[in-house]
Design a protein. Structure first.
Lengths: 539, 299, 207, 97
């Protein structure tokens, strides 16, 4: 490996001191601030997950009280959704890479970017403050369904306000990215020459901007109801608790695509790089991102099939739900076709990307089962749903997140990790993950409801397998993190373009200088993934 | 014979989709691994830039669309019959409240397990006294939320003799996972016998009967252990700290205090317990006094 | 090392088009924020149309009409102030903005009296008389206070925004060449007007 | 996006006429509602149609959408389409229960 010998100042060294970090307007530093914050919250949330698995190891009380258990799964859900997975890829890798892959030096509104970060911190503080102040963390589930969320004595108000503030942070990030993509592409880069990761972020950002306000106002209604003692969902004044569910899911279904689309964007970057060939069906992948974002608004009712919603509404929502699966499957098939006749280098990022496809397939296909009316009546609110969403969120987006971390690691830190250890950690993680969550799907079909502190004896053995899986997962993740932490401090120097990537971020130094580029980046000829040394073949 | 009339439709759509899912999962994973091996750098040093193919795009848009419409179709046909109960269905009121199911029969009988005759359509009118619950009978493949302020119902036919679990599937607070009951499918003649048998409560304290009926005992024990609320054991004469309007005060529990607490649960909160959980009930003065009479006997 | 190289498409340069696009995106979020409430209104009106009808008679149409006229007029003045700024007439522009702010204050004063009257009649959620109203009417007044309250908050924010623009024009940071801030304040103000255009008939006029 | 830099400046006259139209429409709705009360449900529809006409005028002339690049119309259209869909689905649910 040759290391570029030219002297330059990277963005770490360009400015010094703690304030130069806390008040930085540089998108790369903000991205790193997000990274450290988000990983910390992930570990907190994960620890709560492990605690739940321990409690569920056998029926009856093991280590915690029912009330504590309820608060734990709520906090686990809130942390994982609002503090980990929604911001994860956009706020970290979007921030770091969007300007780089578009060939510019920052996002459109750097100050707003810093404001988003501090709103994120504020929201996180609100969410965690419930551990110390008031009557303990909320015990409602992350969905805050009325009227329980209004009745319970726990500190729901704080948790809900946290979600509200985090929503604002998310809106501002989305707004920033949309404007950046519209206005700051490098000269000559049209929308159809953009890397697919920016397409994915573009679609995601629109969801953030247009869906988040709806949950904002809904949560404010919950706060008002708690503060004034009466409110808009209170049956005693004619309110309808089901309306709350509608408003909640009008946001929260599109939100699952806020989680999924950036991950798909990452996969669309990794696969062509490691296959060393152009992406198959660029436009199909790009436009299906937009289609998912758009159709995703129309399916929220599939969370409410048994809520008392009317039959005709349920039928319409079911059919729309199936439609949203189609653009997703288009993506999967195009990724698969991209491997065809590639010259594949099997490296850690690619392994994560392929594991994404595998896990996401299980998650997505179980999603189809949930979308079917009759089947959903049986498995709704059971562990089948828990299995489904861990597969898509953790097995999908989580794996893509760690894949992105391994893929852009040399760019971000200028160093390389130990690939053997990384691959071992990956294998343990993948195996543990499936042992942890696959039993949940079976439990669900057998009829074990979710949010259960205690369960019937016939569910014991599968729960035990699942708990053992959680220990294996922990091992894998800890190994992975240690490997990366060691590498970031003492890893060997990485070249500017270790994977022979072709998108613009690989044209600058690793780590990049403060202004990102010290010469004009060159757009690859004939499309963003047109690897020059591959044999050309047009269909 | 299936346990209920819905098992067939639900299971069909479930297994149909599962088999399509397994097919795609296995197929796609296999192709993926094959490509990894066949086109790895060693065996295929020069990649080919294939930009796409309209034919393929169309194929893999159309085939999933068709499959998905089939899935929708069977999901719908399995679901449709759940929407409307036959007119001759016998009606039973199912009441959900924090952590207890109660089933009220037209003749005034009430029971905490659901007893139904075999092969007869049963319609449950769902009533919630507090928050959302969901009545779920896994063996019958049926589930419906119980919403306060709304009159929803569900129906089914029990087709196989036996006892099946009833679970609460919508999170409803602390003891959500203990909100269990069961449905007992029995023969028609046994059912009639059961229905017309008066439960013998004559030698039971009227206060206890009332407390069972109002689910007090799902939160308060009689043996001194703490559940959701304080235990009733030795409660009269106990010194404890309560919170009124945010201020703590120490009191000695007496009849008046308990009377107040039952008639207006939000008037005070026992320190160390969660406020707002105890339900507001519509009880006559006599009934409350009966309960207090009984509570004072718990030693 | 030298820092002479600069990208042409830098995020550090001011760009009027970016700032306008950003503002519009923000307005969409505001629209959907109110949108959520309009959805609640719509559903409850479908469920309780008689009660809503009766309750709406308890509002004062003439005050509402007066406020509508005020807001529409202020919308015109703020739009004209941008035109004035673009044409280089700073003085006129500032004066028109002051007019807008006066209209905003007028709007709030009228609202104050309206709300005051509701308090007197005990129609505010939590008051004793409120608790005796039929269910649908209680929903109506709950929504009325929630929605006009949130709208009032936006009137205040909008007015403060305009104050900033006035300061900017006086200090010379907002100029005929660089009027983005004034344009954005205008857009925000029009949004406040837009929301009211729907609130007014929905609460006052659905007889 | 078009990069054309000669921005359009709306005239005072245009603003004033927009204002006049809005005021006229306002009094029309008030009239329909106060004096035409027997129209009842019809007046809800009328009021909403008039409000929409007013909103369009504000957007088109005051907010300058008329003279902005097409993308602004597209975006606004998308937002409104989404919102309309929300309304339709909620209505379907509540009217068919
Ligand atoms: C990353 C997040 C994410 C993603 C991407 C998805 C994707 C999907 N989800 Fe999921 N979902 C959640 C997160 C997510 N979900 C969460 C968090 C919940 C629970 C919330 C709670 O209650 O707490 C939930 C719950 C949930 C429910 C409600 C269940 C219930 O409570 O009863 C439903 C019902 O329809 C559903 C459906 C779907 C569908 C159809 C998809 C589709 O988009 C999937 C599409 C993908 C594929 C189909 C696989 C790839 C396709 C192929 C390989 C081709 C072959 C395919 C065909 C033949 C079509 N989801
Ligand atoms: C991205 C989202 C995400 C992720 C990653 C996870 C991760 C995990 N979740 Fe998740 N979960 C949710 C989102 C997520 N969850 C949501 C939204 C709910 C619904 C909540 C609700 O019902 O309201 C839920 C609910 C939920 C339940 C159901 C609770 C119930 O219904 O009763 C369970 C039960 O087992 C569970 C378990 C776990 C486990 C064991 C992990 C683990 O896999 C975590 C794995 C991670 C690790 C193993 C990391 C290891 C590291 C450490 C432990 C720290 C070590 C320390 C240092 C090195 C410093 N979760
Ligand atoms: Cu009742 Cu859960
Ligand atoms: Cu969903």
């Amino acid at each position: 490996m040759t290391v570029d010998a030219l002297p330059y100042t990277d963005f770490y060294k360009a400015k010094k001191g703690i304030w130069s970090w806390l008040f930085t307007l540089d998108h790369k530093r903000i991205a790193l601030l997000y990274l450290y914050a988000i990983i910390s919250f992930f570990l907190v949330g994960a620890t709560l997950g492990i605690l739940m698995r321990l409690e569920l190891f056998q029926p009856g009380k093991d280590i915690i009280e029912p009330q504590t258990y309820n608060q734990i799964f709520t906090l686990h859900g809130v942390i994982m959704i609002f503090l980990f997975i929604i911001p994860s890829i956009p706020a970290i890798f979007g921030n770091f890479l969007l300007p780089l892959i578009l060939g510019t030096d920052d996002v459109a509104f750097p100050k707003l970017n810093l404001l988003s970060f501090y709103l994120y911190v504020l929201g996180a503080l609100f969410a965690l403050s419930t551990l110390i102040f008031g009557d303990g963390p909320a015990d409602t589930g992350w969905t805050f369904y009325a009227p329980y969320s209004v009745k319970t004595g726990t500190n729901v108000t704080m948790s809900v306000l946290a979600a509200f503030i985090l929503g604002f942070s998310s809106i501002l990030t989305g707004l920033n990215f949309i404007v950046t993509i519209h206005r700051l592409r490098t000269p000559g880069m049209g929308f159809n020459q953009m890397p697919l990761f920016s397409w994915a972020l573009y679609a995601t950002s629109w969801i953030q901007v247009l869906a988040t306000p709806v949950i904002g106002i809904t949560l404010l209604m919950i706060v008002a109801e708690r503060v004034f003692g009466i409110g808009l969902f209170d049956p005693s004044i004619g309110g309808d608790p089901i309306l709350y569910q509608h408003l909640f899911w009008i946001y929260s279904h599109p939100a699952v695509y806020i989680m999924a689309l950036p991950a798909m964007g990452v996969v669309s970057e990794i696969i062509p790089t490691f296959a060393q060939r152009t992406i198959f069906g660029y436009k199909a992948i790009a436009y299906s991102s937009m289609a998912i974002a758009f159709i995703g608004y129309f399916v929220w009712g599939h969370h409410m099939f048994t809520s008392g919603m009317s039959g005709p509404a349920a039928i319409i929502f079911s059919i729309l739900t199936f439609l949203v699966a189609i653009p997703t499957s288009i993506k999967v098939f195009n990724w698969l076709a991209t491997l065809y006749k590639g010259s594949i280098v099997i490296d850690t990022p690619l392994l994560y990307a392929l594991a994404f496809i595998f896990n996401f397939l299980i998650g997505g296909l179980t999603g189809l089962l949930l979308g079917a009316l009759a089947a959903d009546v049986h498995v709704h609110d059971t562990y089948f749903v828990v299995g489904h969403f861990h597969y898509v969120m953790f097995g999908g987006t989580g794996f893509a997140f760690f894949g992105a971390l391994h893929y852009w690691f040399p760019k971000i830190w200028g160093r390389m990790y130990n690939k053997k250890v990384a691959n071992t950690a990956f294998a343990i993680f993948l195996i543990g993950f499936n042992i942890l969550y696959f039993p949940m799907l079976i439990l669900g079909i057998m009829g074990m409801p979710r949010r259960y502190y205690d369960y019937l004896p016939e569910f014991t053995s599968l729960n035990q397998i699942s708990t053992v899986g959680s220990w294996i997962t922990v091992t894998g993740i800890i190994l992975m993190l240690i490997n990366l932490i060691v590498a970031a401090r003492k890893g060997e120097k990485a070249p500017d373009n270790p994977w022979n990537g072709i998108t613009l971020e690989w044209q600058t130094k690793s780590p990049p200088p403060l202004e990102n580029f010290d010469k004009m980046p060159q757009i690859p000829e004939g499309g963003p993934y047109n690897f020059p040394n591959a044999y050309k073949h047009k269909h | 014979m299936n346990a209920s009339n819905f098992v067939e439709g639900v299971d069909f759509s479930l297994y149909l989709i599962l088999s399509i899912a397994v097919f795609f999962l296995v197929g796609i994973t296999a192709v993926m691994i094959y490509f990894l091996i066949r086109y790895r750098k060693k065996r295929n040093p020069v990649a080919t830039n294939i930009e796409g193919s309209y034919t393929l795009e169309i194929i893999w848009t159309v085939i999933p669309t068709i499959l998905v419409l089939i899935m929708f179709w069977y999901g719908w046909t399995g679901y449709k019959p759940m929407l409307t109960a036959p007119n001759d269905a016998m009606e039973i009121e199912a009441v959900g409240q924090m952590w207890k199911w109660t089933f009220n029969y037209p003749n005034g009988k009430s029971s905490d397990t659901l007893v139904i005759p075999i092969d007869k359509a049963v319609k449950l009118n769902l009533v919630s006294k507090d928050v959302l619950h969901s009545l779920y009978i896994p063996a019958f493949r049926i589930k419906q939320d119980v919403v306060p302020g709304k009159d929803f119902s569900m129906w089914f036919i029990g087709q196989k003799l036996g006892r099946y679990d009833i679970l609460c599937a919508e999170y409803c607070g602390q003891l959500h996972s203990y909100m269990l009951s069961s449905v007992h499918v029995i023969e028609e003649n046994k059912y009639d016998e059961w229905l017309n048998k008066k439960e013998d409560t004559s030698n039971e304290h009227p206060g206890l009967t009332l407390m069972k009926k109002n689910a007090c005992l799902s939160c308060h024990t009689q043996d001194g252990t703490r559940l959701v609320g304080p235990s009733f054991k030795d409660i009269i004469g106990k010194t404890e700290t309560i919170i009124v309007d945010g201020k703590e005060q120490t009191i000695i529990v007496d009849r008046d205090y308990i009377f107040n607490k039952i008639s207006n649960p939000t008037s005070s909160t026992v320190k160390g317990y969660q406020s707002g959980l105890m339900p507001q009930l519509n009880l006559s003065e006599q009934e409350v006094n009966d309960m207090i009479d009984y509570i004072s006997t718990i030693k | 090392m030298d820092h002479t190289f600069h990208l042409p498409n830098s995020g550090h340069n001011f760009d009027a088009k970016s700032s306008k696009l950003g503002m519009w995106l923000f307005l969409y979020t505001e629209l959907l924020l109110f949108g959520g409430l309009f959805l609640v209104y719509m559903v409850y009106r479908e469920l309780n149309s008689e009660a809503f009808l009766l309750a709406s008679f308890k509002l004062n149409v003439w005050m509402g009409t007066f406020n509508t006229v005020l807001l529409i007029t202020s919308s015109m003045t703020i739009a004209m102030s941008i035109t004035a700024l673009q044409k280089g007439n700073k003085k006129l522009s500032v004066n028109l903005m002051w007019l807008t702010i006066i209209a905003a204050l007028g709007f709030l004063v009228v609202k104050y009296f309206e709300w005051g009257a509701k308090f007197e009649h005990g129609l505010v959620p939590g008051m004793e008389h409120y608790d005796t109203l039929p269910m649908g009417e209680r929903l109506y007044f709950y929504l009325y206070f929630f929605m006009t309250g949130l709208h009032g908050l936006h009137v205040i924010i909008g007015a403060i925004f305009i104050l900033f623009v006035i300061r900017g024009v006086n200090k010379g940071t907002v100029t005929p060449e660089r009027y983005s801030l004034s344009e954005n304040a205008g857009l925000y103000w029009h949004l406040v007007d837009l929301v009211w255009i729907y609130l007014f008939p929905l609460f006052y006029l659905i007889h | 996006m078009s990069d054309n830099n000669n921005v359009h400046i709306s005239s005072y006259k245009e603003h004033f006429s927009t204002w006049a139209a809005l005021i006229l429409l306002t009094f029309m709705t008030v009239a329909v509602s106060v004096f035409g009360a027997e129209l009842r449900t019809l007046s809800v529809a009328t009021a909403m149609i008039i409000a929409t006409v007013k909103a369009t005028a504000v957007g088109y002339y005051f907010m300058h959408i008329k003279y902005d690049p097409k993308i602004y119309k597209w975006m606004m259209g998308t937002v409104l389409a989404l919102f309309t869909f929300f309304m339709i689905m909620l209505t379907i649910d509540y009217l068919t229960r």
